[in-house]
Design a protein around this ligand. Structure first.
Ligand SMILES: Nc1ncnc2c1ncn2[C@@H]1O[C@H](COP(=O)(O)OP(=O)(O)OP(=O)(O)O)[C@@H](O)[C@H]1O
Ligand SMILES: [Mg+2]
Length: 257
């Protein structure tokens, strides 16, 4: 099982879009894929037309055992998205109550790691969507993942958020045996605007070897797919945005050095 988290403390940078597009492409290639929505806003859950205000079972249930996860629980939480090979553990707005705890005490930071250990043989890839807040949910996502994708909007203000995120990562890495390999992915890139080009250059200069060599372009097809509630590759596999995510996938599948 490969576990990738997608996180950034800044909102609206393309985290959920990255999870759903990469997840769809991995599923299209025949992988058994699980998407895990850890954002209390539940955008990923709503994307597939489930309601985070009224789901019966969700990722929240995993946090009710005081840090312990019952062997039979994770499987009870997965639902089908309608896209072949693509399953989802939905979010619930109740997850927001956990966010008050900035620190993950008493094993609460390892709940997702434990849940995914139970599902280890059931999926080839797990993609975790996380909230733009440093709290117990993001800590769980970072503790569980083997790779981290940090989408960053090619816009000036986003760069400040990126510095915050890399500081968080330094802090988390102190508690891990091995640091989390991460890749910064420029998103919402509009090559026609100076601001976008300039920001991309700054990101590449500042973060050099940890920045993906390309960028995800602005593509309205990605927005259309979310309106239709289907993974972007199911709407148009040849869309620019989908192809860019396909290239990103190729980079992410390379072994981590
Ligand atoms: N490459 C893109 N081209 C066009 N629209 C995009 C692209 N990426 C994301 N969007 C749109 O931008 C908006 C924000 O994207 P998304 O929800 O993926 O960001 P997010 O980081 O998950 O936000 P949040 O922090 O609120 O969870 C959405 O409406 C999405 O459809
Ligand atoms: Mg999101």
């Amino acid at each position: 099982m490969h576990i990738w988290a997608v996180a950034n403390q800044k909102g609206g940078v393309g985290k959920t879009t990255t999870v759903v597009t990469l997840g769809g492409l991995l599923a299209d290639a025949g992988n058994r894929v699980l998407l895990l929505d850890l954002d209390p806003h539940g955008s990923l859950t709503s994307y597939f037309r489930f309601d985070p205000d009224s789901v019966e079972k969700s990722a929240y249930d995993l946090f009710l055992g005081n840090g312990k996860v019952d062997e039979s629980l994770p499987n009870q939480l997965t639902i089908e998205t309608g896209h072949p090979n693509l399953s989802l553990i939905p979010s619930s707005t109740a997850l927001a109550t956990l966010e008050r705890h900035a620190q993950a005490q008493g094993g609460m930071g390892l709940v997702i790691s434990k849940a995914l250990a139970i599902l280890w043989d059931d999926y080839d890839y797990v993609l975790i969507d996380s909230p733009p807040v440093l709290g117990v949910l993001m800590i769980n996502a970072l503790a569980a993942c083997q790779r981290l994708v940090i989408p960053v909007q090619t816009e000036f203000l986003a760069i400040k958020g990126l510095e915050r995120m890399t500081r968080t990562l330094t802090m988390i890495n102190r508690a891990r045996k091995k640091p989390i390999p991460y890749l910064i992915v420029p998103t919402l890139f509009d090559r026609r605007t100076q601001a976008s080009n300039k920001s991309l250059r700054i990101i590449k200069d500042m973060f050099e070897e940890v920045v993906w060599h390309s960028a995800i372009p602005v593509d309205t097809k990605l927005r259309d797919a979310s309106t239709a509630g289907i993974a972007p590759s199911a709407l148009d596999v040849n869309a620019r945005g989908v192809k860019a995510y396909g290239n990103l996938l190729a980079t992410l599948k390379e072994p981590v050095s």
